[in-house]
Design a protein around this ligand. Structure first.
Ligand SMILES: Cc1ncc(COP(=O)(O)O)c(C=O)c1O
Length: 229
């Protein structure tokens, strides 16, 4: 099975290129591999429409497409959705039933009403604007505080910014320094990357704290760098 998150991937924020999507579908179909397309971030695309789901070009029904309310409304609802052949949905629903009798209908009703309501689209618009604003705050602060010391590409959707530290700094040591100053990030090594990568998540942080948070992160970088000589 192939599990992937083609639009605004967590943690890198990248979008899988069109040619790679085609290649992937070809290889998966040649090898008979099912694909799980995990797509919790497409609805956060800051501008325009994000690339279409892989599922939209699935001619043989080998892709299970899953979306989630978690990144666009409330992770506490535990509600998501799936587009897949009926026989697969039936088996998965049965497995879920056997695990915990399924999710309570109350959060499902809340999610259904929200999706149908006239609040849903304006909510998404606001969310996208806010995420883009926060992304810009993070990017501006990083460029100002650590010029030339970080490599990153600017994400166009999602909640994360993925950076490579140019100087050789151990991300675990950097995390300790950052926590000492009240800032937290996820070291890239948590995701299996080499040391020296960090993931910032800017969705939840209050606007008023982002610039100061990056300033403190920059102090932690500079101190860890000197400390690693
Ligand atoms: C790539 C990815 N997929 C899905 C989810 C959402 O999972 P759930 O719907 O179980 O809250 C997350 C949240 O962290 C995620 O990062």
């Amino acid at each position: 099975m192939v599990f992937l998150n083609p639009n605004f991937q967590n943690p890198t924020g990248t979008v899988l290129k069109k040619e790679r999507r085609k290649e992937l579908l070809e290889v998966a179909s040649e090898l008979g591999l099912p694909i799980v397309e995990d797509d919790p971030f497409s609805l956060t695309a800051y501008e325009g429409t994000p690339p279409s789901a892989l599922k939209s070009i699935d001619t043989i029904g080998s892709i299970l497409y899953i979306g989630s309310f978690s990144k666009i409304a409330a992770s506490g609802l535990r509600v998501g959705w799936m587009v897949a052949p009926n026989r697969i949905i039936t088996r998965l629903a049965d497995a879920r039933q056997q695990m915990d009798f399924g999710l309570s209908v109350i959060p499902q009703q809340i999610a259904a009403q929200f999706l149908k309501s006239s609040y849903f689209e304006p909510h998404l618009e606001r969310l996208r604007m806010e995420l883009r604003f926060k992304r810009d705050l993070v990017v501006d602060a990083l460029n100002r505080e650590l010029p030339g010391l970080l490599d990153f590409s600017i994400p166009n959707g999602g909640l994360h910014l993925w950076c490579k530290l140019v100087p050789k700094i151990h991300d675990g040591k950097l995390l300790e320094e950052a926590i000492r100053r009240g800032v937290i990030f996820v070291p890239g090594s948590v995701y299996g990357s080499a040391s020296g990568f960090v993931r910032f998540t800017f969705a939840r942080a209050p606007v008023a704290e982002i610039t100061e948070g990056i300033k403190l992160f920059a102090e932690a970088v500079l101190d860890s760098w000197v400390g690693s000589d």
